[in-house]
Design a protein around this ligand. Structure first.
Ligand SMILES: *[C@@H]1O[C@H](CO)[C@@H](O)[C@H](O)[C@H]1NC(C)=O
Ligand SMILES: *[C@@H]1O[C@H](CO)[C@@H](O)[C@H](O)[C@H]1NC(C)=O
Ligand SMILES: *[C@@H]1O[C@H](CO)[C@@H](O)[C@H](O)[C@H]1NC(C)=O
Ligand SMILES: *[C@@H]1O[C@H](CO)[C@@H](O)[C@H](O)[C@H]1NC(C)=O
Ligand SMILES: *[C@@H]1O[C@H](CO)[C@@H](O)[C@H](O)[C@H]1NC(C)=O
Ligand SMILES: *[C@@H]1O[C@H](CO)[C@@H](O)[C@H](O)[C@H]1NC(C)=O
Ligand SMILES: *[C@@H]1O[C@H](CO)[C@@H](O)[C@H](O)[C@H]1NC(C)=O
Ligand SMILES: *[C@@H]1O[C@H](CO)[C@@H](O)[C@H](O)[C@H]1NC(C)=O
Ligand SMILES: *[C@@H]1O[C@H](CO)[C@@H](O)[C@H](O)[C@H]1NC(C)=O
Ligand SMILES: *[C@@H]1O[C@H](CO)[C@@H](O)[C@H](O)[C@H]1NC(C)=O
Length: 795
């Protein structure tokens, strides 16, 4: 039946257009007698970009198709331009892209019955020689006779949310027209959203981010000659990229290119969350690495958290709904897009006449906040009068009294938590039933207790049945080897974690919660945040991670992929993470023997990931927080493979590190190519901490001699390693092992990644199988220690 319908559609399509052919396979040009339809594509000559019909990878939007340009060689769908942003089509097979009779590139829908999009070229008389070409830069050009120096129209002038290398972000001084990037509405909808970026319309030499094309929430600062004053990291002296700002009589523009071929997949875009970001595709980790984000303080994005919410500058989730409000669009919230904001959970009584006995609305106090925008001041004399003023107007939803009485109507925008030690307080209006100490409270408690006695054991029994039912079952499509993964329902995970009540920690990929399976196995449930990929791809990646087994790698037990929710279930380690033992206040210091065992174990795990797995895996985030310890202190590396799932965002590192590198290899920040040697660098920095039992940073005061890695390198050269550690730590430390460990660590943290050893070599050295030369002082770290007060980091 389906086949028949398809054939029918095909013949209808072919009849009226019998003169039009499809471009030959992998062509970069569409000529006047050709058409593009269904899954046909134009591919740029170098094969890097493709143009064709696509659907946004985020699920829930089946049946909406767009014409767009994306990276042809990158497995994560990354769209850089969209033609029909606001007018999706429903069926690519009955739609086509052609050069029309008036010489425009047009998108026709429904067997050419309606025109959905056009390039709007005026007065093109040379229709038969008009062609559309997809260039190696990712630019789609409409021109004559394939002469790319004439552009009747080009996608580089019609930016969507992405600005590619080589394109000019320009403003024409004659017409005043500026090229503007506008964010997608949400991750599944390319229609124009609220955030845009362009050169300052007032004519200064800076570029700005605007909300609703009117509210300015960030400006780059003027061009100083080699960077914008507010963005020193985008400087012309940066090692990886070239930036150029030109201001002549005709136009002002800003442009950039990559200096190095490994960085050719580079893009600058306005994210749906309102951030201006730049990222580069890292071949080795198969992920986008975001190396630039502005504003650095996310909460300064206008409307970042939408209405009725509060923004805080935390690492993990920055937005939360106010008490009494719930997320307007939970799916978007899961995808790290909070702009849809929150709505009231229980309607206010005000305005609903109700009965005379109805309780009035109440107010809920939130302290130390930055007050929301658009306050109206009234002349109420004191707090009490202010409250009454608000109560008497049903549109009033909050008030504050800081000397004057301020009230807010309809919704609250841009409220911030703990903002610069702010001491303002605000009272939020809620239905009385949302707040405690109403008369009905005791009654509710009774119901909950009685209900709980009946319901909880019941549901527990059901769940046990449920789990034992599926225990033997293999999930089809997942690996069938010894470690088959369990595909959990979100409901199950809510249950086993007691609704995510016991948080074990929060990392760069999301929060981790303790859970107990019905067979009493304790597990760690990780709620992934900021994941923008579809179910199928997620399952494929998880299946790969699940098939990797090594005594020093944490074991993945299962996962959940439901709507936009993505969770991973791991075995739980009784001794927690390494950082707690090294830096925590716990009285038991790990013995040298155990510390050495940990160092060797981690090296073995990384050697396995780098050299022995089928696909080389770069961990990308080696640090003590990601090393877990089992009951006998055998180390287990956690979070491997996640960089590939999630990409990395190191762009905020610059502000948070305050001049020290932490565990990050310099190539992450300078934009160099990332290889397994980036993990080696991180391992080296961590090894110094394992050796000293303290943070590298803790040793740093104003004098550089106290930066442990540099100190260790010097002592090593002077043959005085035994003086490195305090007396209590020195006890029973064999000099041979200490010297070996210090040598390895120093080699690992060399600036030039080719000087660093491989993890396989490190294992051999630590085990005493091979020896290694005396390392040079790590000059990069020395330089950093010297200017730890300045905000460099672009060596
Ligand atoms: C396609 O064309 C038919 C006939 O003109 C019309 O009834 C139908 O609504 C069209 N569908 C779309 C999606 O435009
Ligand atoms: C296009 O042609 C029309 C009519 O021939 C003319 O009025 C108009 O100025 C032309 N536009 C351009 C941009 O040349
Ligand atoms: C392309 O167009 C430019 C400008 O009209 C012209 O100077 C050049 O000769 C053309 N190139 C070719 C190969 O036709
Ligand atoms: C600016 O716009 C004018 C009018 O459309 C055009 O003639 C000129 O070529 C443009 N300048 C640049 C540098 O694009
Ligand atoms: C441009 O000028 C307008 C009006 O003077 C002002 O409100 C706006 O903030 C200015 N924009 C910038 C980026 O300075
Ligand atoms: C940027 O330059 C403009 C003039 O082009 C000047 O009016 C403005 O004050 C400068 N802004 C800053 C922050 O220096
Ligand atoms: C955005 O701006 C337009 C016009 O400037 C205005 O009509 C609209 O209400 C604004 N949208 C919001 C959400 O404030
Ligand atoms: C509330 O009371 C007013 C006047 O008594 C009446 O006109 C209105 O319909 C009532 N509204 C509701 C929602 O009951
Ligand atoms: C409530 O406040 C709004 C906004 O100031 C105003 O338009 C409205 O008339 C007020 N309603 C009452 C009943 O005072
Ligand atoms: C009260 O807050 C408003 C709005 O934030 C501010 O404009 C005003 O200066 C504050 N008044 C006092 C006395 O702090």
């Amino acid at each position: 039946m389906a086949n028949w319908r398809y054939l029918c559609a095909m013949s209808l399509l072919l009849l009226p257009l019998s003169l039009q052919q499809s471009p030959s396979q992998a062509s970069d040009t569409l000529t006047a007698n050709q058409q593009l339809s269904g899954n046909q594509k134009l591919i740029s000559q170098d094969g890097n970009f493709a143009l064709g019909f696509f659907q946004p990878a985020v699920e829930g939007l089946n049946g909406k198709w767009y014409i767009g340009i994306w990276y042809n060689k990158i497995p994560v769908q990354t769209v850089v331009w969209v033609a029909n942003r606001e007018k999706p089509i429903s069926d690519p097979a009955s739609s086509n892209l052609i050069i029309s009779d008036d010489g425009n590139l047009v998108l026709l829908e429904n067997h050419s019955k309606s025109q959905t999009w056009s390039t709007n070229i005026k007065n093109n008389t040379r229709v038969t020689s008009t062609v559309a070409m997809l260039l190696d830069t990712g630019n789609l050009v409409v021109t004559y006779d394939s002469n790319t120096s004439i552009a009747l129209w080009q996608s580089f002038d019609d930016l969507t949310n992405t600005w590619l290398p080589g394109n000019k972000l320009s403003r024409n001084k004659t017409t005043g027209v500026a090229k503007r990037m506008i964010s997608w509405r949400d991750r599944s909808d390319p229609a124009p959203g609220m955030f845009s970026l362009e050169l300052d319309p007032n004519g200064s030499s800076q570029y700005v981010l605007l909300w609703n094309n009117s509210v300015l929430y960030w400006a780059s600062g003027n061009w100083t000659g080699n960077s914008f004053s507010g963005v020193p990291e985008l400087s012309t002296t940066n090692s990886g990229y070239t930036f150029q700002f030109v201001d002549n009589d005709e136009e002002t523009y800003f442009t950039y290119t990559a200096k190095n071929d490994a960085l050719r997949f580079l893009r600058n875009f306005v994210d749906v969350s309102g951030l201006s970001q730049a990222s580069v595709w890292i071949e080795a980790s198969q992920a986008w690495n975001t190396f630039f984000t502005q504003p650095k303080f996310k909460c300064s994005v206008y409307g970042m958290c939408g209405e009725n919410s509060i923004c805080s500058e935390n690492d993990a989730s920055s937005c939360s709904c106010l008490k009494g409000f719930i997320e307007n669009n939970p799916n978007n919230w899961e995808l790290d897009d909070h702009t849809s904001g929150c709505r009231r959970h229980v309607p206010l009584k005000c305005g609903n006449n109700g009965s005379v006995n109805t309780e009035q609305d109440k107010f809920y106090l939130i302290g130390s906040v930055k007050l929301p925008d658009n306050a109206h001041s009234t002349d109420a004399a004191n707090v009490h009068a202010c409250e009454l003023t608000c109560l008497n107007n049903c549109s009033c939803i909050a008030y504050a009294h800081n000397g004057t009485c301020l009230v807010w109507y309809n919704h609250l925008m841009n409220m911030r938590d703990n903002f610069g030690g702010s001491s303002d307080s605000i009272f939020i209006r809620l239905a009385a039933s949302e707040l405690p100490n109403s008369g009905t409270k005791k009654w509710w408690i009774a119901v909950i207790i009685i209900g709980g006695l009946i319901i909880v054991p019941g549901s527990f029994g059901v769940t046990i049945l449920y789990f034992s039912h599926r225990r033997g079952r293999r999930i089809s499509g997942m690996n069938q080897g010894d470690g088959s993964l369990i595909s959990f329902k979100y409901r199950d995970l809510q249950f086993i974690t007691r609704n995510f009540s016991e948080r074990l920690g929060a990392g760069s990929f999301g929060s981790v919660f303790r859970g107990v399976l019905p067979n009493t196995t304790v597990v760690a449930v990780k709620k992934l945040e900021g994941l923008h990929q579809g179910d199928k791809q997620f399952r494929a990646e998880v299946s790969t991670i699940g098939s990797i087994h090594h005594i020093n790698l944490i074991r993945l037990l299962g996962f959940c992929s439901e709507g936009a929710k993505r969770l991973l279930v791991y075995e739980c380690m009784p001794n927690g993470s390494l950082d707690k033992h090294l830096f925590g206040s716990s009285s038991t210091t790990l013995s040298w023997k155990i510390r050495y065992q940990i160092a060797v174990g981690i090296a073995k795990a990384l050697a396995y990931l780098h050299e022995e797995c089928r696909d080389c895996i770069i961990h990308c985030d080696i640090k003590p927080q990601n090393i877990l310890l089992d009951a006998s202190f055998v180390p287990k590396v956690a979070d491997f493979g996640l960089a590939k799932l999630l990409g990395r965002d190191f762009s905020r590192v610059l502000t948070s590190m305050r001049g020290t590198v932490g565990y990050l290899a310099p190539e992450w920040i300078s934009g160099g190519a990332i290889t397994t040697k980036a993990d080696v660098f991180s391992y080296g920095m961590m090894l110094f901490e394992i050796i000293s039992g303290k943070r590298n940073l803790e040793h740093t005061d104003s004098r550089m001699e106290t930066f442990f890695p540099v100190l260790a390198a010097r002592k090593l050269l002077q043959g005085e390693v035994m003086t490195l550690l305090g007396k209590e730590l020195m006890n029973g430390v064999p000099e041979r092992e200490l010297e070996r460990a210090c040598k390895v660590a120093c080699w690992c943290v060399q600036y030039d990644d080719s000087s660093r050893p491989t993890m396989g070599e490190i294992v051999k050295v630590l085990e005493g199988v091979i020896d290694v030369e005396m390392p040079p002082i790590p000059r990069y770290l020395e330089a950093i220690a010297e200017c730890s007060e300045s905000r460099i980091l672009f060596p």
